[in-house]
Design a protein around this ligand. Sequence first.
Ligand SMILES: *Cc1c(COP(=O)(O)O)cnc(C)c1O
Length: 375
Amino acid sequence: MTMAGRFAVAAPDPGLRAGAILEIDLGAIAENWRLLACRVASAACAAVVKANGYGLGAVPVARALAAAGCHQFFVATLDEGIALRSALGRAAEIAVFNGPMPGSEAEFVAHRLTPVLNDPGQIAAWRRLAAPAFVHVDTGLARLGLTARELAALTDDPPTMRAIPWRGVISHLACADTPEHPLNAIQQARFAAALGHFPGIRASLAASSGIFLSREFHHDLVRPGAALYGVNPHPGQPNPMRQVVTLKGKIIQVREIDRGETVGYGATHAMAGPGRLATVAVGYADGWLRSLSHRGCARIAGRRVPLLGRVSMDLVTFDVSAIDPALARPGGTVEMLGGDYGVDDAAADAGTIGYEILTALGARYHRIYRAADRG
Ligand SMILES: *Cc1c(COP(=O)(O)O)cnc(C)c1O
């Protein structure tokens, strides 16, 4: 027997090596896309897969959505667009929200990426290529997109207007998750006025929450991201989307603790009585945000276990005093995200939004993709 042979493991299981298992249900993502596509009926439904598919893996997510019938994808950066192009092949249209940085225009063309042009500089540089592009008009977010004055200058310049084959006109809502906010109607009116300069060109205003405003916000193309991944696009109402992620953290130690003893860094939690703690191999380095200290929870066999003390880098502790010791044992798992406690629940406890919980999900998790072939 060789030295290597003596240490070899018969069937290495990558799931055994990680501190937690993240399951991503591609079938649920495809179903969420179909639900949104149905809801917008005559408008087309794109998919936003920026930030690595909101942390869930842009390539597997986009492949599942392409198989479900999605043809139009949006990413944020040129890098993301190049990676997606090589994963999806030539058929899909891939648009890049941030548009070209000066000098990167040729790479867009080489990878058949459609930029979103956000300012007069990007338009002037792109004009020479005479290649397809979206134009972004700002209607009230003051982030990206042409200001009203810049739009007027562009539309007063017919040679430039004609030089670029426009693939669409986009704008982005600031308050779509607050249907009664007056800025929604103001942005809609400003967008409608801008569209008057682009007859026959596709118009796109709504992201996830905009789809749940009235139909007039749908225009020709909607651009959902978060809702595809299970975030509620309709805060304050029942979530119409399916949950996509399940996170199971591994219990690495279970300990008895006495009344009056403190738990974790800063000794910020003192036990009111004797109990049992489970230490789990997930921490803020994995995106289990430190703001979940004293606030988060998990589930063991469907029963809620509160998070005690501070979240540390690699570890977090849960109170398992009320749980059958046969269930809360080293090697077992606690469900930290799932059907009972989804990304929006963790976000509420952390004082943030589901978007941030998703995009923070850690690189150390062992990821398992459930196939989309059930749909
Ligand atoms: C991120 C983004 C979207 C998707 O937004 P969601 O709220 O995640 O649906 C759509 N359009 C633009 C311009 C974006 O930046």
